[in-house]
Design a protein around this ligand. Structure first.
Ligand code: ADP
Length: 414
């Protein structure tokens, strides 16, 4: 399995000005700095620093050799990077004395990506390989069609969003990673929860990762939903947050990590990037991320997160006397709204959640005690033994006894 990032490389020219220039005006700039940029380049660097082996394809001009060196030094494989007879893509950025900016983006060599070049590169990749793309190069629809036809799994970060992206068939995408603005661009809906519904209705097989800045991120597909908080840092420069997140998430998923773990690493890496100045230089290494994860705290939970914790704690403490009315009182809702709230925010009904809490308790006790299964089932507060046994089988894929044996075997192996 190989990973190819087909994306942009830019030189960011950052001019410091008192006030951003207006039409017809000439203003002096009192500083000029050059940085490596482009979403493609940033994401390849994030993938490499996350420990993935990534091939970067895309075009630069002969003036872009510093970008080649940076990618190389970061461990990106440049076998497919092409130097063409055009200027390297450039972002001309004015930053005023209040930190406001204005950006002029010149695609340059990023728009020298041709169908022939795409064919040439993709010829080396096959079914099951991953293709990561953003929206800063030419021939994007063709690239998606070809990769999909070859059986590659496409991870799409539709950034920056343009209306023309609405023509792309998202059924050909395996993972869509996008922020709120891009989500609104596709769906025309501004609330994240509305986008979740829209996406599930229109693309039930799509796996979506919606990033919400300081409010964290949500993974969802047709069935599952996983939420990840952002980590608490002092924000210095949010430029590369999305790119660091995307690169780390892609590295996690392509490396066989679970969605939960990939989200957690991506969120931590993005928080570290936000706490430092610059784009590519602020992308941390996997060692730094793993170390910081031990001490970093998630942002104070949002209202929804807090309520989800209340729900979890309620079921754990009321296994034998849980009632919808009791939970509603804790949440401060009426019972009928509580039922709807659980469905919308946790994706399960009151009785499903209670049953799953009972199975969790049974699993924990099977592992920690030697008591017989019937006695443990009675402790869950529900006396229909065969019902609990069936539910347990559905949740854990084995009988309670098999579960105990497996856990004991694992302990013994250690
Ligand atoms: P983009 O940079 O593409 O607009 P977001 O702003 O949604 O994307 O940020 C992507 C991810 O970066 C978030 O899901 C979060 O994990 C992290 N992040 C963004 N801003 C912050 C912040 N101020 N503090 C901590 N983490 C942040």
């Amino acid at each position: 399995m190989k990973i190819l990032n087909f994306g942009s490389c830019n030189i960011d020219c950052v001019y410091s000005v008192e006030n951003i220039v207006r039409p017809g005006e000439t203003v002096p700039a009192f500083g000029l700095e050059h940085f490596a940029g482009g979403k493609g380049l940033n994401q390849s660097i994030a993938l490499a620093r996350a420990g993935a082996q990534v091939f970067h394809a895309g075009c630069i001009g002969s003036d872009g050799q510093m970008l080649r060196k940076l990618l190389q030094d970061s461990g990106v494989n440049l076998k497919y990077l092409k130097t063409v007879d055009r200027n390297t893509g450039q972002a001309v950025i004015q930053v005023d004395s209040h930190g406001e900016n204005s950006i002029l983006l010149y695609g340059g060599a990023n728009f020298a990506v041709t169908r022939d070049y795409i064919d040439e590169v993709l010829a080396d990749f096959s079914a099951g390989d991953f293709l990561l793309i953003q929206n800063e190069i030419s021939q994007l629809p063709y690239l998606i069609e070809k990769a999909y036809a070859a059986g590659m799994r496409v991870i799409f970060n539709p950034s920056p969003f343009q209306q023309s992206l609405g023509d792309i068939d998202l059924n050909k995408i395996s993972y869509l990673i996008l922020n709120e603005i891009e989500a609104a661009g596709f769906s025309g809906l501004s609330a994240p929860e509305e986008f979740v519904i829209w996406s599930r209705l229109n693309y039930p097989n799509l796996r979506v990762i919606l990033t919400l800045g300081k409010n964290g991120s949500i993974y969802f597909d047709g069935n599952a939903r996983i939420e990840q908080s952002a980590f608490c840092v002092k924000a210095v420069d949010t430029t590369a947050a999305g790119d660091t997140f995307t690169g780390y998430f892609a590295a996690g998923i392509t490396g066989g990590k679970s969605v939960e773990r990939s989200l957690c690493l991506a969120s931590c890496a993005a928080a570290i990037a936000v706490s430092k100045k610059g784009a590519a230089p602020s992308v941390p290494s996997i060692n730094e991320v793993e170390k910081r994860l031990e001490t970093m705290l998630p942002y104070e939970c949002s209202g929804t997160e807090q309520k989800k914790r209340t729900v979890k704690a309620y079921f754990e403490n009321h296994l034998s006397d849980a009632s919808l009315g009791g939970l509603a009182a804790q949440l401060g809702y009426c019972p009928s709204y509580t039922g709807r709230w659980l469905k919308n925010n946790i994706g399960a009904s009151f009785s499903e959640l209670l049953l799953s809490a009972r199975c969790r308790m049974l699993a924990a006790e099977l592992e920690d005690t030697e008591l017989c299964v019937s006695e443990l089932i009675a402790r869950t507060g529900y006396n229909n033994e065969s019902f609990i046994r069936k539910a347990f089988y559905r949740e854990y894929g084995c009988t309670p006894l098999e579960y105990r044996k497996r856990k004991q075997g694992e302990k013994y192996d250690k």
